[in-house]
Design a protein around this ligand. Structure first.
Ligand SMILES: Cc1cc2nc3c(=O)[nH]c(=O)nc-3n(C[C@H](O)[C@H](O)[C@H](O)COP(=O)(O)O)c2cc1C
Length: 204
């Protein structure tokens, strides 16, 4: 089949996100200008450059109340965020934290999560997350939207510090079998990366 994305795809569900899989999940902690902590997952996320290490996050749509997503608002206000990696054991609290709750609600408390202070920025990290990247805002890029009253925006961030728990290292290398990162598929589906293989690049 083929469809132009401006037209109807004719399938029971929109296949776009199912065509880009698996997507890593950034579990993003921020603090508002008023000091309220916030935590939410984002799978339009990736590392995009290195060195220096840079990440992107993409925010689609607004909250049911009509305001920007709290994470986007907080990053624009403070210029700081933490990308916490979601290991398999953190699946349930990650899901709890994506509820579209009001800005004054602290999702760390909602999901029953403990925090650890960051070293270089104000937002705390998720204590149980085995890898956490402290980030500062590099640039906000506005993206096209399908209609009025909404907003799509891309955040480009500088990774200024990385915490790695010793428990996910083997011989000094991040061991994906220990990390067991959760990743997003299409529709309401997820996967967990449990194994890997090594492939050397061809020599010239
Ligand atoms: C696994 C997962 C991935 C998500 N990825 C995105 C995303 O990439 N962009 C987005 O705008 N919303 C995404 N969402 C929805 C947000 O997490 C949700 O809108 C959340 O309420 C935003 O919280 P906030 O207002 O505290 O920032 C995702 C939700 C889940 C469960």
């Amino acid at each position: 089949m083929f469809y132009e994305t401006k037209d109807d795809h004719g399938l029971p569900r929109d296949p776009f996100k199912a065509c880009i899989v698996p997507r890593p999940i950034a579990w993003v902690s921020t603090v508002s200008a008023e000091g309220v902590r916030n935590l939410a997952p984002f799978s339009f996320f990736n590392g995009v450059a290195h060195p220096p290490p840079m990440v992107i996050l993409s925010f689609n749509g607004k909250q049911p109340q009509g305001n920007d997503k709290d994470t986007l608002a907080n990053i624009e206000q403070t210029g700081e965020f933490v990308v916490n990696v979601v290991s398999e054991a953190l699946t349930d609290p990650m899901n709890v934290s994506c509820a579209p709750v009001a800005p004054e609600v602290d999702e760390f408390t909602l999901a029953g999560l403990e925090t650890e202070p960051s070293r270089l920025i104000a937002p705390p990290r998720v204590k149980a997350s085995p890898i956490a990247m402290e980030c500062t805002l590099h640039q906000v890029v506005e993206l096209p939207v399908a209609g009025p009253g909404t907003r799509n925006a891309l955040i480009i961030g500088n990774v200024v510090g990385i915490h790695i728990d010793e428990s996910v290292l083997t011989g000094g290398l991040v061991d994906v079998a220990k990390l067991r990162p959760l990743a997003r598929l299409g529709y309401m589906d997820y996967t967990v990366v449990r194994d890997s293989f090594t492939l050397l690049r061809p020599k010239e």
